[in-house]
Design a protein around this ligand. Structure first.
Ligand code: PEP
Ligand code: MN
Length: 262
C-alpha cells in the first residue's frame, strides 16, 4: 500500500541511481523532443550540469488538438540516442495503453501526466509491470486522490512509484498553477513513496523556476523534474517556462545549498 510510513521510505530505481533516501535527484530536459539537434544539445548540457536524468515528451497531452502533439516513435528514437550519448536515464510520458509494450522496454521511467492521474485502466496496466513510474498530481486532485491513484499502481504489485507535485488549479491567475509546497510536508507523513516537484509547469515563466525549485528542496522534496531547452525562443511547447540550459549550473549550485540546509 502507498499509505503509511512503513519501515522507512521507499527507494525507486532510475537507471543505475535511485530516487528517495538521502539524495536529491534532478531530472531535466525539454518539454518535448523536437529535433535531433535540440534533443542532443539540451541533453549534453543537462549531463554537463551534473543533473541525474533526462526528460522529454514524445506523446504530448496538449490542450488544443491542433497544437504540436509530439514526434511519437521518432521522438523516442531521438531521446534514446541522447540517453546513449549521455549515459543518463530517460523519463517520458505515456498517454495510451497501446504504447506500454514499446515504452516499458525502452525507457527508464514512465511518467503518468496530471491529466491521466485518474485514468484507472492505464494505472492498472502499468501496475502489472515493474517499470518505475512518475505519477503526477492531477490539476484539481486532492492529496487523498493522488495517494489513491498511486494505490492502483501498488495494488498490481508495482512498488516503483514516485509522486510529483506539479501545481494545482486555484483562483490565482498571475502564474500558471499554484505549487502546493505544503503538500510535501503532508505527503511525508502519509506515504513512504518518494516525492519530487515539477517547478516548471507551476511557474509558467522561466524566471520563477529556480525559486520554486529551491522551495521544493526546502520543503523536503526528493528531487525535481525541470524543463530546460537549448533555445527556448524556438521551443514548440512550453518555451516560456523552459530554463535556458546556460542556467542549469546555477540551478544545481543553488540546490546544493538548499538541500544541505533543509
Ligand atoms: C509534462 O511534464 O510534460 C507535462 C505535460 O506535465 P503535466 O502532466 O504535469 O501537465
Ligand atoms: Mn511542458
Amino acid at each position: 500500500a502507498a499509505l503509511g510510513a512503513r519501515h522507512g521510505m521507499s527507494k525507486v530505481r532510475l537507471g543505475s541511481s535511485v530516487i528517495g533516501g538521502n539524495g536529491f535527484t534532478v531530472i531535466a530536459g525539454p518539454c518535448s523532443v523536437e529535433t535531433p539537434d535540440q534533443m542532443m544539445r539540451t541533453s549534453m548540457a543537462v549531463r554537463a550540469s551534473g543533473a541525474h536524468a533526462l526528460r522529454g515528451g514524445v506523446f504530448k497531452p496538449r490542450t488544443s488538438p491542433y497544437a504540436f502533439q509530439g514526434l511519437g516513435r521518432d521522438g523516442l528514437s531521438l531521446a534514446l540516442e541522447a540517453r546513449e550519448a549521455t549515459g543518463l536515464p530517460f523519463v517520458t510520458e505515456i498517454m495510451d495503453l497501446r504504447d506500454l509494450p514499446l515504452l516499458a522496454e525502452s525507457v527508464d521511467m514512465l511518467q503518468v501526466g496530471a491529466r491521466n492521474m485518474q485514468n484507472y485502466s492505464l494505472l492498472r496496466e502499468i501496475g502489472s509491470t515493474r517499470v518505475p513510474v512518475l505519477l503526477k498530481r492531477g490539476l484539481a486532485a486532492t492529496i487523498d486522490e493522488t495517494l489513491m491513484a498511486a494505490e492502483y499502481l501498488l495494488d498490481g504489485g508495482n512498488e516503483q512509484v514516485v509522486l510529483c507535485e506539479r501545481g494545482i488549479r486555484t483562483f490565482e491567475s498571475s502564474y500558471r498553477f499554484t505549487l502546493d509546497v505544503a503538500a510535501l510536508t503532508v505527503l511525508r507523513e502519509r506515504t513512504h513513496l518518494p516525492v519530487i516537484v515539477d517547478p516548471s509547469h507551476a511557474a509558467g515563466a522561466s524566471g520563477r523556476v529556480i525559486p520554486l525549485a529551491l522551495a521544493a528542496a526546502a520543503c523536503g522534496a526528493d528531487g525535481i523534474i525541470v524543463e530546460s531547452h537549448c533555445d527556448p525562443s524556438v521551443a514548440k511547447c512550453d518555451g516560456a517556462q523552459a530554463l535556458p540550459v546556460e542556467q542549469l549550473p546555477d540551478l544545481m549550485r543553488r540546490l546544493r545549498f538548499a538541500v544541505a540546509s533543509a
